[in-house]
Every structure is written in C-alpha cells, then in structure tokens.
Design a protein around this ligand. Structure first.
Ligand SMILES: Nc1ncnc2c1ncn2[C@@H]1O[C@H](COP(=O)(O)OP(=O)(O)OP(=O)(O)O)[C@@H](O)[C@H]1O
Ligand SMILES: [Mg+2]
Length: 367
C-alpha cells in the first residue's frame, strides 16, 4: 500500500454535497478515492445521484460543498480542455450534421492536432469499437448500438486518462450489451485508463468493475470489490440491491463477539453474524444468500443451524434448482442448489429442514 501516494488518489471526492434548488441535497456526503487505472462503477436506483456525481467530475455541474480533485488538483482550478476527461453521456449525443469520422475528429481539432495525426487516431478509435467501415456515415444512418459505439470511440479518441460513462449500454439488446461490456473492459485495461462507469444493472457492475460504489439517497452505501459487495453486504439496502437475498425479521436477543442470537418474529431463535446491529432489543433483518442454504442433511456442515421449512415451488433451471419455501412465516424464501447427480429434487408440500452456517447469516439493520 505504501506507494508514492500520488497514484493512489487520482480521482478524489471529499465531503461533496450537491443541491440543485438550494434546499434538498441530492448528493449528501460523498467521499471517494480512486487510484489511476481503476474501473469503478456507480450503481444505484434511479434518482440516487449517479449522473450528478459524474457531471460534477466532468465539470458540467459544480459541487455545493466539498472538493473534487483530479491528480491532486482541485477540479475548479483546471480548465475543461486540460482535464483530459472523455465522456459518454446517458443520452449519447453525436453531432447529427457530421459524419462518424468528423464526430471523432472534432475533439482532436479542439486540441489542435494536425490532419494526418487526427486521421490516424480516428481510424484507430473506430477499429477499437469495430466500426472501421462506418466513418463516412451520419449518426442517423446507424443503429442505436452503433451510435453508442461511436460515442464510446469519441470519448477514447483523444486518449483521455479518465473516461466517464453514464449508462453507455442502456439502449442495447442483451447480446450486444454483453459483448460491449467485454469490449469496454478490454479497451480500458489495454489503454490503462481510469473509468468511472454508471449503471443500474448490477450484473454489469459486478462483471466489469474493480470496485463498485452502491448509491442510494445521495450517499454511497458501500464501496467494495464485487465479491466483497455480494458476500459481505454492510446494510440491508446493499443486501437487497445486490443479487438475490432472503430476509427474516426479528429482534436481537444477545450479541457475543462475532455471533448474535436473533428471535425471529415467529418465535424461532437463530444464530447470526452481527453486522449492522448494536444491541439487544434492536429489530433486525437477517440476510442469507439462496446458495448458502442447504437442505440435504448429509451436506449440512457441522455447526449449521436448522429450521423447519415447507416446499412451495420447485423450478428446474438446468444447471441449478431454484426452490421457493415457507420459512419462519416468509413465503418468498428462495434456495438455489447445484444440479449434482446426488442432489434430491424437492416437491411442493414436502416438509423439510434447512440449514446454514451462522457466518453466512448476517444480522443487518431493519430499516
Ligand atoms: N438539472 C437538475 N435540476 C434539478 N434537479 C435535478 C437536476 N438533475 C438531476 N436532478 C435531481 O437530482 C436527483 C439525482 O439525479 P441524478 O440524475 O443524479 O440521478 P441518477 O442516479 O443518475 O438517476 P438515473 O438512474 O435515473 O439516471 C434526482 O432527484 C433528480 O430529479
Ligand atoms: Mg443518471
């Protein structure tokens, strides 16, 4: 970790707040430090402040409070053309009267590059997004996905060190989106650029990012690498927002080190890991991932707690079985099991016992 300290803070938000109307804050307290070369995704529901943060970083909006720094320099002190920021907007806007090649050449003309250098860079950028043959067309003559690729190429063409992308793949069908996710990641890695990416698609966030910042209500709820975000959510919002999640509600009875007992609302008492609870008597939402629940007695690990459950629905999905249960009064309790040769298939109406390790069962806030 003990680097020069320089690259560790390429992009910094420090206690940033933003209000558009002078009254309500849409960004409440944003703190974020990104090293050079990182691919960071801002993920969150509509209206949570993602685009606002990107606009402040790009310099199209000013922060109401706090400081944003780029390579150690406060962004207010850097003229826009010296920021070296490429941007793909949420509603990608190519200049309609220009050809694709002219669209890409424009940011280079602004930076006063010569004609032959411009042509070489435009050609390379078009090849990067596999649009080499489309330089002469106008945006109206392209499909939505092709326009989006050109917008991406335009953000990359002047070799920006920092590229901001706001839902760049929102308009694409699933197959093209997945292809472009891979392409963007590959291009970013090859060029070594730093990317701030915005999406509300959690799969996209998990597969593309070095770290994900989960936004809600103008705040970062958790900032972590994808595996940590999924396996160790720090609060109920993140547990619910990322991946599939089961919740059981109850009251904390006792906290002892890294184990707590929770009395569920139906009276059952279980062990859990106290993550976002502080004292006995507090209401809690206990969170368990569907793939961490076991119903096969032989497969239950030592120390696993068991609960009675009724099978409500069994869905065969090929590689996995997805079964819906009633557990402690919750009819939406989902378990997922791998379709292994020795795995039993459950049938609706069956009474079973399920179990999990207390460490996989996280006691979070009840809010
Ligand atoms: N120019 C503006 N003037 C006033 N309010 C704005 C402006 N832009 C955004 N807002 C408000 O600020 C809040 C955050 O908006 P923002 O665009 O940052 O959300 P977002 O997370 O990008 O959402 P989405 O996923 O829908 O794009 C919203 O409540 C929005 O209505
Ligand atoms: Mg937005």
């Amino acid at each position: 970790m003990a680097d020069s300290g320089h690259n560790d803070a390429f992009v910094e938000f420090e206690r940033v707040q933003k209000s558009y109307d002078g009254e309500s804050l849409v960004v409440k307290d944003l703190n974020l430090t990104m090293p050079k070369g990182e691919f960071l995704t801002m993920l969150g529901p509509s209206g949570s402040g993602k685009t606002t943060c990107l606009m402040m970083l790009a310099g199209f909006e000013t922060a109401t409070h706090g400081d944003i720094r780029l390579d150690g320099v406060s962004i207010n002190n850097i003229p826009p053309h010296k920021r070296g920021i490429g941007m793909v907007f949420q509603n990608y806007a190519l200049f309609p009267h220009m050809t694709v090649a002219e669209n890409l050449s424009f940011p280079l003309e602004v930076r006063k590059l010569g004609k032959s250098e411009r042509e070489a860079k435009v050609k390379r950028a078009l090849e990067m997004v596999q649009m080499g043959a489309f330089g002469g067309r106008r945006p109206a003559q392209l499909s939505g996905g092709q326009q989006q690729r050109i917008a991406l190429a335009r953000a990359l063409v002047f070799e920006a060190e920092l590229v901001l992308m706001d839902e760049p793949l929102g308009a694409l069908d699933k197959q093209l989106r997945e292809h472009m996710q891979f392409e963007i990641k590959r291009i970013a890695d090859n060029l070594g650029i730093t990317v701030v990416y915005v999406t509300h698609d959690q799969t996209e966030a998990l597969t593309m990012s070095d770290r994900v910042a989960v936004f809600n209500d103008g705040r970062i709820q958790q900032l972590a690498p994808p595996d940590q975000l999924y396996e160790e959510p720090q609060n109920s919002f993140v547990a619910q927002f990322i991946g599939e999640n089961n919740t059981l509600e109850g009251v904390v009875q006792e906290i002892r080190g890294d184990v707590c007992t929770v009395r569920l609302d139906d009276g059952e008492v279980i062990d859990a890991k106290p993550v976002n609870v502080t004292k006995a008597g507090e209401r809690t939402r206990v969170s368990i991932r569907p793939e961490r629940v076991e119903y096969n007695k032989d497969r239950l690990q030592e120390g696993a707690h068991t609960l009675k459950a009724e099978v409500l629905e069994f869905i065969y999905m090929g590689d996995i079985f997805r079964t819906r249960l009633r557990v402690a009064g919750n009819d939406e309790f989902i378990i997922k099991t791998r379709n292994a040769p020795d795995q039993t298939r459950l049938t609706p109406g069956q009474q079973i016992e399920i179990g999990w390790l207390p460490a996989d069962c996280r006691a979070l806030d009840a809010s």
